[in-house]
Design a protein around this ligand. Structure first.
Ligand SMILES: [Zn+2]
Ligand SMILES: [Zn+2]
Ligand SMILES: [Zn+2]
Length: 380
């Protein structure tokens, strides 16, 4: 959806106002300054100049600085604010076929997705009615969940493959994380789940810097991602994964989906200290961190559930046993699960939370982090 409130928060992704501090201010130079000086100006110690507001023009929104007219896709429920100039590599998530194969439905997140969602709500301290921005929202599943828990969700993603329900219930923006099309402090609460690992180091730096501007001087950003580290518990997880791979080779579980999901990981964050340094240059401080040692998840979600899924797929395709014919183009797993499965999923989600409760302080790669501004911008 495109609420009036969203139109107040958006801006041209690449254009900066003339104002700023003595170091980053530019007078009367126009759009060439945006092109040549963007990185230097946004990374200024003052937080950089604000981004240029858009003005309505016909069915779209025009930037008075660069002249680009951005599209308003009212029927699909999103504004297209993708930079018209290339800003870096585009991940596989922008590829439609790749996206289709991820089998997203609009049911509430379960299992490890639920663990992440609830850590996000808890660490961000989301209050009812508060706006929250999902950076890299994908189809919009997590934003819908945040909305169902009382927040006013907004989401940004580079690929326009939003769930129909997200188009109706989430304030959606098509955009690039490295050039966020928002005014300063537009969203004091934001989160990014499973996103940073898809970017190279420059990309991570840029996303953090842009997020810092978007949450403002009193904001909070929650991230879930991983550093290239592991704990002793990770040995157990690797053993389970090896077993899963072997079962995959024998056709007992479908290992392809997980392998595909991870296939474009860039893994730029080398260690937690490295991440802290990246945050620091963007004007953030890591104020809370919980590690995610996936012991229960490895057994329940990566092994038992996959075995069950594959067994069920095998049964439903066995001759004479198919009750409801599934159209060939529609993958079976895209059907929303029934009530008993949802109840079982919820129960298992509770068990999966033990990974955080029991092992959340044991240092390992995957982590939940709360980032707060270092206050270099004088509170703005
Ligand atoms: Zn400045
Ligand atoms: Zn410009
Ligand atoms: Zn512009």
């Amino acid at each position: 959806m495109i609420p009036a409130e969203l139109l107040q928060k958006i801006a041209c992704p690449v254009c900066l106002e003339a104002g700023g501090c003595d170091a980053c201010r530019r007078e009367g130079v126009g759009h060439p300054a945006c092109l040549s000086d963007y990185a230097g100006r946004v990374s200024c110690a003052c937080g950089g100049p604000d981004k240029v507001r858009l003005v309505p023009e016909g069915p779209g929104l025009r930037c008075p600085c660069c002249g680009v007219v951005y599209g308003v896709h009212a029927s699909e429920g999103y504004v297209d604010l993708v930079p018209r100039s290339r800003v870096g590599e585009v991940t596989q998530y922008a590829d439609h076929d790749f996206h289709e194969q991820l089998h997203v439905t609009d049911t509430p997140p379960l299992l490890s997705a639920r663990v992440k969602a609830d850590m996000m709500r808890r660490m961000l301290g989301l209050r009812p009615g508060e706006a929250v921005l999902d950076l890299g929202c994908g189809a919009g599943k997590m934003a819908l969940y945040a909305g169902s828990r009382g927040a006013r969700p907004a989401g940004l993603d580079v690929a326009p493959f939003f769930l129909p329900r997200a188009g109706r219930e989430v304030a959606l923006v098509l955009g690039d994380l490295r050039r966020l099309p928002f005014r300063k402090a537009a969203f004091p609460r934001a989160y990014s789940l499973d996103v940073l690992e898809h970017l190279d180091e420059t990309g991570v730096r840029e996303v953090l810097l842009e997020a810092r501007r978007t949450v403002g001087g009193a904001g909070r950003l929650f991230v879930y991602t991983h550093a290239m580290e592991s704990s002793r518990l990770a040995g157990f997880q690797r053993a389970v994964n090896r077993l899963a791979r072997r079962l995959g080779e024998r056709g007992l579980i479908d290992h392809a989906r997980e392998a595909m999901r991870k296939s474009d990981h860039r893994n730029a964050i080398r260690s937690h200290e490295h991440f802290e340094a990246l945050c620091e240059t963007a004007g953030f401080r890591v104020t809370q961190r919980r590690y995610y040692n996936v012991v229960f998840k490895a057994v329940i979600e990566d092994l038992l559930l996959r075995l069950y899924e594959q067994w069920r797929r095998g049964r439903s395709t066995a001759p004479g046993e198919s009750r409801e014919p599934v159209p060939a183009h529609e993958p079976a797993a895209a059907k929303p699960p029934g009530r008993p499965m949802l109840a079982l999923g919820r129960a298992m989600s509770v068990i999966l939370k033990l990974d955080v409760i029991l092992f959340g302080r044991i240092r390992t790669g995957p982590f939940f982090g709360l980032l707060e501004p270092t206050g270099r911008e004088g509170g703005r």
